[in-house]
Design a protein around this ligand. Structure first.
Ligand SMILES: [Zn+2]
Length: 403
């Protein structure tokens, strides 16, 4: 298999220069930079004979071959503000390299092959994560097009500025148009590095619960209110945060995070009357997501009752667990083995575009490539040798599915 490491390195540098500054990349969804990335990648694929288009949700789609259900390979082209060079981008770069390698080897496809560069996976600008793939698989939230960024520009406006209709739901793919979906992505965590392995195969993408907790006590004077007479919402909320940590730690593979915490009115001489905090709970099994939430709710009552404090949980988003396709999992285990890696099966704790085709019934498989330095940071790093192995394993899998 002629994966060309130099070509992959050159293109990685070229793509990361778009929105790049040092090792940081800022390429927000539906931005000028994201469009420039689509043009760059689309140009590479057009030069190899692909029919390149942009759909109504600004996804880049490059197709080789004629009619019939396609094998789709790709990842996303956007980044978070001051993110790394590899999150999303490496999956597109390796998909392109895999196809290039197959074409260089004279492989002919009996099935159409599509390379995709999803738009706005991160949701950093408009707040809708996995935007492009949600649109393609009919999973966008209600009125998504009306969501606006901080400057008041809506998704519809941003799409129209690109020359699209402004209605991203038009990007929905007809059912049956895809035979399979494959995605390569950096792991973004430490498991492969710890195991000393270049590649892993994803078994499932976690289910995610996003919520907002409101804790209500009584706002009062910080000096005049004696300690026994207080209904301090913040102290109760703080105990609830600690309870979440304890509960999530006790459920295997579950994680729970509070990333936002707002006391009201928020003055140093006022006992907080209300606190809202965010809730992010994830686990690879639905029953474990539910178990963490159930135990947390009961702890919230136990903590609040003696303090005279009430609490409630609003559900903001609930993404179901996406167990990936067993057949493609085995295919990817074989192809990673062929390139010399005993790839472990890993659960993805981060959401990925791959969950959307799988949840829409398209058999989906995913490869993780070892990455270091964390993710969503300019420290994010990935060894080119690992990336090349990933591209090669991807190429072998595409060959088996489409050639
Ligand atoms: Zn990503």
């Amino acid at each position: 298999m002629s994966v060309d490491r130099e070509r992959l390195a050159r293109r990685t540098t070229e793509l990361s220069a778009i929105g790049g500054s040092g090792s940081a990349v800022t390429r927000l969804g539906l931005s000028r930079e994201e469009q420039a990335a689509r043009e760059l990648v689309g140009g590479w694929l057009a030069a190899r004979g692909a029919t390149v288009r942009r759909d109504a949700a600004a996804n880049l789609v490059a197709r080789f071959g004629g009619d019939g259900p396609a094998v789709m390979v790709g990842s996303h082209l956007d980044s978070v503000p001051e993110g790394g060079r590899f999150d999303g981008a490496l999956g597109v770069l390796c998909a392109v390299e895999a196809i290039d390698a197959l074409l260089d080897d004279g492989v002919r496809f009996r099935r159409p092959v599509e390379i995709v560069g999803w738009c706005d996976e991160e949701g950093a600008r408009f707040g809708i994560g996995l935007f492009g793939s949600c649109a393609a698989f009919g999973r966008l939230p209600e009125n998504a097009a009306a969501r606006a960024d901080r400057a008041g520009i809506s998704i519809a406006d941003a799409l129209r500025a690109l020359g699209e209709s402004g209605d991203p739901t038009q990007a929905a793919r007809p059912s049956g148009s895809l035979a399979a979906y494959l995605e390569l992505h950096i792991e973004q965590g430490p498991r492969l590095e710890r195991a000393g392995l270049s590649l892993g195969v994803v078994s499932a993408i976690v289910g995610i619960f996003h919520g907002r907790v409101t804790v209500k006590g009584r706002q009062d004077h910080a000096g005049a209110t004696v300690m026994g007479e207080r209904r301090d919402a913040l102290v109760a909320a703080a105990e609830m945060v600690v309870a979440l940590e304890r509960i999530a730690t006790s459920v295997p593979d579950a994680v729970g995070t509070v990333g936002e915490f707002v006391p009201r009115p928020g003055a140093k001489n006022v006992i907080p009357g209300e606190v809202t905090f965010s809730l992010d709970v994830r686990a690879p099994r639905e029953e474990d997501v539910e178990r963490v939430l159930r135990e947390l709710r009961s702890e919230m009552r136990r903590i609040g009752d003696p303090r005279g404090v009430t609490s409630s949980v609003d559900v903001l988003a609930r993404v179901p667990v996406a167990p990936l396709d067993p057949g493609l999992r085995d295919l990817l285990l074989r192809s990673t083995k062929t390139v010399g890696v005993d790839a472990p099966l890993l659960v993805s704790g981060a959401g990925h575009d791959a969950q959307n085709p799988q949840l829409a019934g398209v058999p989906t498989g995913m490869i993780f490539v070892r990455s270091t330095g964390g993710s969503h940071t300019p420290r994010e790093s990935c060894d080119l040798a690992d990336a090349a192995l990933g591209a090669e394993a991807l190429a072998l899998a595409v060959k088996e599915l489409a050639a």
